[in-house]
Design a protein around this ligand. Structure first.
Ligand code: SF4
Ligand code: SF4
Length: 477
């Protein structure tokens, strides 16, 4: 065994900053549109209004953490209905599986928040500091007034975007206009300020400095997606059989690649797709736009780089045409994901529309099973949980149908009506009494159907009612 004094080689490699060049083309345009749509949805949604009555904010999309409810336009999800959220999460997961198996990491390239915000930050960077070469120059030059000024402007705009991002997030959890006023006057809850500060800092750091490092080192998705792609999945590929040997177009025998480096210079991940498919590639398609631009300029066929599958590569190398895009998209695997996705979606929609407008649970109190009153009558107790899903206080009343004659009374209420506050759940004990020597009092068990009717409000009466089947316990003698 030998010993040396030299330290072991470092496993750490300092980040090489990437300065993507501006590019125009189909995929860049698509990315601009998607970016605008997604940022627009994110920032505008908390400001959409929806009438929710006097006791709730008139907000179309609201996560009401205090009452553990979620509002989405006309849809309200209560805590006991969380299967809707679970269903939506499963659909989101299946959707990711579907898109990944059909077209690789399109989520990463077009829709992931890290990609969208990084794109926005690069756009700001380009406005302030110029395109790739100018930014490279600025990066390499030592600090002076110009560099200080440009960096200050860029970081300030990044911080404002981060602040807007964190600000928009907290608006989803309470009435946005009220919270905005409170934030401005310094009277908002400290949690709002802390959340905004954390999101501002993370947006600033992730979008401005960490960028591709998040995708390469922090995000588990590239590893997971490896299990979802197969040889028929569309990913970005370079036709080396057409492009190589690369070099000047004027040299006899050279391929179509003129080694202009445009595809590398526009890549937000800083990779050279000509080296083959790589884990870091987010399939954003910008290298396709860059190379197509070059091919158009030198008069060569487009798509030296394009979306293609491994099976296409094999076919093209053998001189056959590639399969159509639809043949890659509609495969048993993707059809299965689509069917599952649509099945869950349809089930959720059906469940949504079949939900009863009245929500009541009835729990018989079985300790004791029954009580014998002084006049010999038998009394059973039932605990009712009445949920008022409306924005105003509502009256509920109760009735029973059974072969035996029962008397109904409410614990603590003079009549058979109870007021349930708006957007609240009230627990109410209901007493069911069978007169002495009656059928219900003498039998061990008697079927009982309890009716709960929502009377609505004085202004808007209602006749909605539901029933709950249960059992009345008698003496059984
Ligand atoms: S190689 Fe092309 S598709 Fe992949 S990340 Fe770079 S620019 Fe996007
Ligand atoms: S953009 Fe096209 S031609 Fe230029 S280096 Fe890349 S593959 Fe070659």
């Amino acid at each position: 065994m030998t010993h040396t004094d030299s330290p072991p080689p470092s496993l750490y490699a300092a980040r090489e900053p990437i300065f993507p060049r501006r590019v125009k083309g189909t995929f860049r345009t698509l990315k601009w549109w998607l970016m605008g749509a997604m940022l627009g949805i994110y920032y505008i949604t908390p400001w959409l209004r929806w009438d929710r009555g006097p006791s709730l904010p008139d907000q179309a999309v609201l996560v009401d953490i205090a009452n553990r409810r979620f509002f989405f336009f006309m849809i309200e999800i209560w805590p006991y209905e969380f299967y809707f959220v679970a269903g939506l999460l499963i659909m989101a997961g299946l959707g990711l599986f579907l898109f990944t198996s059909a077209a690789g990491r399109v989520w990463c390239g077009y829709a992931c928040p890290q990609t969208v915000w990084t794109d926005l930050f690069i756009l700001v960077e380009r406005w302030v500091e110029g395109d790739r070469n100018a930014r490279l120059r600025l990066h390499r030059q030592s600090w002076n007034i110009e560099k200080l000024r440009k960096r200050a402007v860029k970081w300030t705009v990044w911080l404002l975007i981060g602040l807007a991002t964190g600000g928009a997030w907290v608006f989803y959890f309470t009435d946005a206009p009220t919270l905005l006023q409170n934030l401005i006057h310094g009277t908002a809850h400290p949690v709002a300020y802390i959340t905004m500060a954390i999101l501002t800092a993370t947006t600033f750091f992730f979008g401005g400095f960490a960028r591709e490092q998040i995708c390469i080192y922090a995000c588990p998705w590239p590893r997971i997606q490896a299990a979802m792609v197969d040889e028929d999945t569309l990913t970005i590929g370079y036709r080396d059989w057409r492009g190589e040997p690369r070099g000047k177009a004027s040299v006899e025998g050279n391929g179509d690649c003129i080694d202009c480096m445009a595809c590398v210079n526009v890549c937000p991940m800083g990779i050279d797709i000509r080296n083959g498919q790589q884990m870091a590639c987010i399939t954003c398609g910008l290298c396709i736009d860059a190379c197509n631009d070059t091919m158009a300029k030198i008069g060569k066929p487009l798509n030296l780089i394009s979306y293609m599958a491994l099976t296409d590569e094999t076919r093209e190398r053998a001189g056959q045409p590639p399969k159509s895009v639809w043949a890659h998209v509609f495969r048993p695997r993707t059809v299965m994901y689509t069917v599952l996705w649509a099945g869950i979606g349809i089930a959720l929609v059906v469940a949504l529309f079949l939900r009863a407008s009245i929500d009541v649970s009835v729990t018989p109190v079985r300790n004791p099973m029954f009580v014998t009153l002084s006049d010999g009558s038998i009394r059973n107790t039932y605990e009712l949980r009445l949920r008022n899903k409306h924005g105003e206080d509502r009256w509920f009343t109760f009735a029973a149908t059974s072969d035996a004659g029962f008397l109904l009374t409410l614990d603590g209420e003079p009549g058979l009506k109870v007021l349930v506050p708006a957007n609240a759940t009230k627990t109410q004990r209901l007493f069911v009494t069978a007169p002495a020597h009656s059928l219900g009092a003498e039998a061990a068990r008697t079927d009982l159907r309890l009716w709960i009717q929502d009377l609505g409000t004085e202004a808007v009466p209602s006749n909605d009612r539901v029933h709950h089947d249960t059992v009345f316990n008698g003496k059984g003698e």
